[in-house]
Design a protein around this ligand. Structure first.
Ligand SMILES: Nc1nc2c(c(=O)[nH]1)N[C@H]1C(S)=C(S)[C@@H](COP(=O)(O)O)O[C@H]1N2
Ligand SMILES: [Mo]
Length: 199
């Protein structure tokens, strides 16, 4: 195995460890102080509890039902997969937006990570979805059937540039060609988790 690959796997495993330790950490943080604060001072919780820690932008970890976790930089996304260019428009709170993105297909990135599909279940892939997680805790889901070339074939990218500007620092951006509203154009992507949504 190449050295960068070993480093990537070690980093990914470290990320998993942090994720698995988080509930303990939360429990500790939740331990009441010796002198409880008066009820009136109790502020509503700022963040919704979430199983993923706040990950710094600039790297993406692939998790879930794949052969093994994969840690990628924006440079990896720009070099290791076929690159696509698309110009797309969406509605946002700031009005309509049109941008040109480049980057790999989310589908190709997930395929390279070897989804752990069941061969004994008819069209098992159609029960899967990718949960795309951002550095600010924002999340959106894309189903396998949407991005599979054999089905809806939506060319969702993990974009590494927007309008010619690198997203290396803030992290890649999911694109959702065909979506009217911009809600699934998740910026600052830090994790993509392949889940099996079948019952
Ligand atoms: N990480 C993250 N991505 C996000 C959002 C967000 O709050 N956090 N908002 C979404 C929504 S609702 C819209 S309309 C677009 C707005 O794109 P802009 O931030 O480039 O203006 O980003 C989407 N991507
Ligand atoms: Mo939005």
């Amino acid at each position: 195995m190449s050295r960068p690959r070993v480093v990537a796997i070690v980093l990914a495993l470290a990320a998993i460890l942090v994720v698995s330790l988080l509930p303990t950490w939360r429990a500790e943080a939740a331990t009441p102080a010796a002198t409880p604060a008066p009820a009136a001072a109790a502020a509503p919780a700022k963040a919704v509890p979430h199983p993923l820690p706040t990950l710094p932008p600039g790297r993406v970890v692939l998790l879930g039902r794949i052969a093994h976790p994969v840690l990628l930089t924006v440079a990896d996304l720009a070099a290791k997969y076929p690159q696509h260019t698309q110009t797309v428009s969406f509605q946002s709170g700031a009005g309509p937006q049109t941008h040109t993105y480049t980057g790999p297909l989310l589908y190709d990135v997930l395929q390279a990570a070897k989804p752990a599909l069941r061969s004994d279940v008819k069209n098992d892939a159609l029960r899967y979805a990718a949960v795309v997680h951002a550095s600010d805790g924002y999340e959106s889901v894309v189903s396998w059937g949407e991005i599979d070339p054999g089905f809806a074939n939506t060319e969702a990218l993990l974009a590494v540039t927007q309008d010619g500007v690198s997203l290396a620092k803030e992290g890649p951006r999911l694109t959702a060609p065909g979506d009217t509203k911009g809600g699934r154009y998740v910026s600052g992507v830090t994790a993509v988790t392949l889940v099996r949504a079948g019952l």
